[in-house]
Structures are given as structure tokens and as C-alpha cells.
Design a protein around this ligand. Structure first.
Ligand code: SAH
Ligand code: F3S
Length: 481
């Protein structure tokens, strides 16, 4: 899942339309991946039933919740700093309760209560439905912890309140957890086993979003390609129970088609794809429906087959190239992005050169690049020594970031002179005279407002660009939507 928040900045706060009759105030802040943002919406929905309205003023809150990320050490340090800030507020307002949600809650469990004295509540990613009970315990003066991971919980029955977003794009989670056990990654430990959500409830959520005027949805999971629902499809598709039982399972490609057909006017995206699980079927489904955006976030982590093996990624460099070739063959205009790690244990200069040459082959549209950060409890932490010095990790990171910028610029420059479809999402950050939106390939495009408005699908003639942004002018509405 691509990162939408810089780990150095304050997290995103979520504010929803106030519900009449609710008198308590919830301040909820999220760090990390899109799944956390989506989860915070679920938590806010659960708490709306308990009399809480959201506030974006920390000082006003009765309850402060922080949804946390453990993916790298730096992410955890950021949260610890925020907890210090909450502590300062709590000194003025001792009635305020503080809760930690998400991956750090799961990783540190009770330790949080011992180490961070200000924390009243610790809730893991699968225990959010228990928050009302846990709050009662807190009110009775006890510390409350629930970090039980579930094999079933998908929150499929909770419809998240989303009025805090832009009203145009939304995330819909389709799987939770991850079974891949990449050796560097803490997610399988903090988010538990992979489970897929009932396609019926996914479709209901998508239809509901369409009714509310949303124009784009992103199907979300740690590894969307391994989505599998054994329930035999949708009840309404079958004449009777025995026919239903005989039906085959719904895989990711089937689900994509179901969603694309249910809402042909909406843009459909998904994230994240794992190269080892991505099938050709998915590519054909993307080609078949023009409302599915031609964009794939396809993290590779390293270009060296030896390192990939150490990482427990289930493919070689050559297999990855073969997949990229397939993507280019079936979807010639597909945007592709990466996640990359530099300085994984034992990574040599030669391995690093393999990463650079892999990037040269693929020429990603953009990417998210990180220095390896050892996470306690992971296989890499237990079996391998974090032996690449910080300076070398940094230098390699700079090299791949520079190369990525060159490739990003290559793509934006190639688009100059073309007309692309843009869904307007918001005002440009740099100018209140311009709209900002994204192309199907997920590149940001900016253009003068004229008479258009957020939520419009517009054709934009691109006449200039920066490394990562397309600049142009609208030439009319797109009739694809
Ligand atoms: N499959 C998930 C991956 C989540 S983590 C998804 O939906 O994208 C996001 C990215 O963080 C990973 O792809 C990886 O590049 C990076 N990452 C994970 N663990 C890391 C670690 N220990 N150190 C540095 N980067 C890490
Ligand atoms: Fe992590 Fe690998 Fe799963 S990066 S989230 S273990 S696919």
C-alpha cells in the first residue's frame, strides 16, 4: 500500500459530520498505510454509535486515539513523539483518555501500558469491535487491552462513515492480514493471518459509495491478488442452495470484474499487488473493463534474485521481468510503481547494481523507497545480522531515488502533447486557480479550473510537466464515465 503520509509529519486527523445527540468528542489520528486510514473510519463508525463525534482539536477531546504503524523504526518513533504531545495535553485535561490502535498496539501489547504511562487503552487491528467494552473498563478505572488477532474478522458488517474525505475517492478493504512472511516484514505479526471479505459486502459498500456520489474506489489489501472467497459467489446469482454450493470460489480477478460491472461509471483501483500472486487473468480483466484504471503498484523490494530469496519473496528477478513483459503486452499504457528496500542484510554492491538494472528495465512511473529497518521478531531479525552500514544504505537509497526521479520524468515528459483523463479531486496545493487530480496511471495532473468542479472526469491536454506532475488545460468532459 502506498504511503500517503510522510512519517515525519503529524498523522492525518479524521473529522466527520457531527451526529445529533452525540456529546462526547473523539480525536482520531492515523499513521502508516491506507489500511490504517480505512480502519480509523471503521473505528469512528463504531464510536459514533457510542455517542462520539469527531473533533480535529486535540485539546477538546474526551478520547484520543492514534492508529499506529510499525513498518519501520522511524514510524514508531513518530508515534512516540505524538504520545508525548498527548501527555502534555492530558496534564491540563486529566479526564482525557488516550488509546493506541493498530500495528504498534499489536506489537507492544501490555508493554505500552507499562512504558507509556499515559496510555489507557491498547487495541489491536482485529479488536476494534471491542472498543465500547474496553472504554467501559477504562471508565471503571482499569487499563484495557485487547490485542487478540482473528482468523475471521473483516469488519464486513460495519459501513464506515466517510464524510471526512474528499467525497470523491474512497478505500474499500477486501482482505486483512498477510500470510506471505517476507522476512523483513512485521505485518504478518501485527495484522495476523490473511482473510478475505465476503464479495457481497464489498459490493454493497461500493454501491453505497456510488450512491453517495463517490467517483473512484481503491480495493485494499496487503496482497489483493490472493483474495479468495469460498462462499461460492453472490446469493442472488444462484437459483438454489445446491447450485450455490457447486459454484467455484471468487478470486481477485472475478471480484474486480464484479465491482467493475456493478459500477461502470466509477473508476476502480486496487492496491497492493504481489508479483508472486498476480495472475494473467487479472491483467485480462483490467484490459476488458475500461473503468479499471491501468495502474499496478507492484513492489519488488530488490532486483537481486539472491536477496529476493533471503527476503522470502517467491519469485526471481527473471520471473518479475516476465510479469512486467506480460503487463506491457496486455496493457501497453499501464502505470507501474514499486516499493524498494536498500541495505537488506548481506546486500552487496553487486546486488544493489541488480536493483538499479531492474529499475532500468521496468522504468517505473514512481516508487516508494526505504532503507532496511530491522523489526524485532521478524525472521530477518532472528536469522540475519543487520550488517549493511547506515552510510551505505543511505548512499544506495540516494542512488535508487535519483534513478526513480529520472524514470518518473521520462514518463511525465512522454505524456506532454497527449490528452489524458483526469478525475478532479481537489484544489492544487500550489494555486487556488488550479484543480488537481490523477490520470488512470495514477500520475497527478494540474490544470486551470475554468468551469469544472471536483468529481468531474475531464480530458486534459498536457503541455508541460515536472518530474512527477503533469500540467495542462482541460479540453472537455470525458465520456467514459
Ligand atoms: N504488502 C504490503 C506491504 C506493506 S509494507 C502492501 O500492501 O504494500 C510497505 C512497504 O514497506 C513494503 O513493500 C516494503 O518496501 C517496506 N518495508 C516493509 N518492511 C520494511 C522494513 N523492515 N524496512 C524497510 N522497509 C520495509
Ligand atoms: Fe509484508 Fe510481504 Fe505481506 S511485505 S505485508 S509480508 S507481502
Amino acid at each position: 500500500m502506498e504511503k500517503i503520509i510522510d512519517e515525519n509529519t503529524q498523522g492525518n486527523t479524521l473529522t466527520l459530520e457531527a451526529r445529533e445527540g452525540n456529546s462526547r468528542k473523539l480525536y482520531i489520528e492515523s499513521y502508516g498505510c491506507q489500511m490504517n486510514f480505512s480502519d480509523s473510519e471503521i473505528v469512528a463508525s463504531i464510536l459514533a454509535e457510542q455517542g462520539y463525534n469527531t473533533t480535529n482539536l486535540l485539546e477538546d477531546a474526551d478520547l484520543v486515539l492514534v492508529n499506529t504503524c510499525s513498518i519501520r523504526d522511524k514510524a514508531e518513533q513518530t508515534v512516540r513523539k505524538r504520545l508525548e504531545k498527548y501527555n502534555a495535553v492530558k496534564r491540563i485535561n486529566p479526564k482525557m483518555k488516550v488509546g493506541v490502535l493498530g500495528c504498534m498496539a499489536e506489537r507492544l501489547k501490555e508493554k505500552f501500558l507499562e512504558e507509556e504511562k499515559i496510555v489507557d487503552l491498547v487495541v489491536g487491528p482485529d479488536a476494534y469491535k471491542d472498543i465500547p467494552n474496553l472504554l467501559k473498563e477504562v471508565e471503571e478505572g482499569r487499563d484495557a487491552v485487547n490485542v487478540i488477532l482473528s482468523k475471521e474478522e473483516t469488519y464486513g458488517d460495519i459501513s464506515p462513515v466517510r464524510l471526512g474525505g474528499n467525497g470523491i475517492t474512497a478505500f474499500v478493504s477486501i482482505t486483512r492480514g498477510c500470510d506471505n512472511m517476507c522476512t523483513f516484514c512485521v505485518v504478518p505479526f501485527t495484522r495476523g493471518r490473511e482473510r478475505s471479505r465476503d464479495p457481497q459486502s464489498i459490493l454493497e459498500e461500493v454501491n453505497d459509495l456510488a450512491e453517495k456520489g463517490y467517483k473512484e474506489i481503491t480495493l485494499l489489501g496487503q496482497n489483493v491478488d490472493s483474495y479468495l472467497w469460498y462462499g461460492g459467489g453472490l446469493k442472488k446469482d444462484f437459483k438454489n442452495a445446491s447450485e450455490m454450493q457447486q459454484a467455484t470460489a471468487t478470486n481477485f480477478s472475478n471480484l474486480l470484474a464484479l465491482v467493475a460491472e456493478a459500477q461502470p461509471k466509477m473508476r476502480i483501483r486496487f492496491s497492493t499487488s504481489n508479483p508472486q500472486d498476480m495472475t494473467e487473468d487479472v491483467l485480462h480483466t483490467m484490459a476488458k473493463y475500461n473503468n479499471i484504471c491501468n495502474y499496478i503498484h507492484l513492489p519488488v523490494q530488490s532486483g537481486s534474485t539472491r536477496i529476493l530469496k533471503e527476503m522470502n519473496r517467491q519469485h526471481t528477478r527473471e520471473e518479475y521481468f516476465a510479469l512486467i513483459d506480460k503487463v506491457r503486452e496486455i496493457l501497453p499504457d499501464c502505470g507501474i510503481s514499486q516499493d524498494m528496500i536498500t541495505g537488506f542484510p548481506t546486500e552487496t554492491e553487486e546486488d544493489h547494481q541488480d536493483t538499479l538494472s531492474l529499475m532500468e528495465y521496468v522504468k517505473y512511473d514512481f516508487g516508494f523507497m526505504f532503507m532496511y529497518s530491522e523489526r524485532p521478531g521478524t525472521l530477518a531479525a532472528r536469522k540475519l545480522v543487520d550488517d549493511v552500514p547506515e552510510e551505505i544504505k543511505k548512499r544506495r537509497l540516494t542512488e535508487i531515488v535519483n534513478l526513480q526521479q529520472k524514470h518518473s520524468a521520462y514518463h511525465t515528459n512522454r505524456t506532454v502533447g497527449k490528452t489524458v483523463e483526469v478525475l478532479i479531486e481537489r484544489e492544487s496545493k500550489k494555486s487556488d486557480q488550479h484543480w488537481s487530480g490523477r490520470t488512470p496511471q495514477n500520475t497527478v495532473a494540474v490544470f486551470p479550473k475554468e468551469n469544472y468542479k471536483p468529481g468531474d472526469f475531464v480530458l486534459v491536454k498536457i503541455n508541460d510537466c515536472t518530474t512527477a506532475t503533469l500540467l495542462g488545460e482541460a479540453v472537455g468532459y470525458s465520456n467514459n464515465h
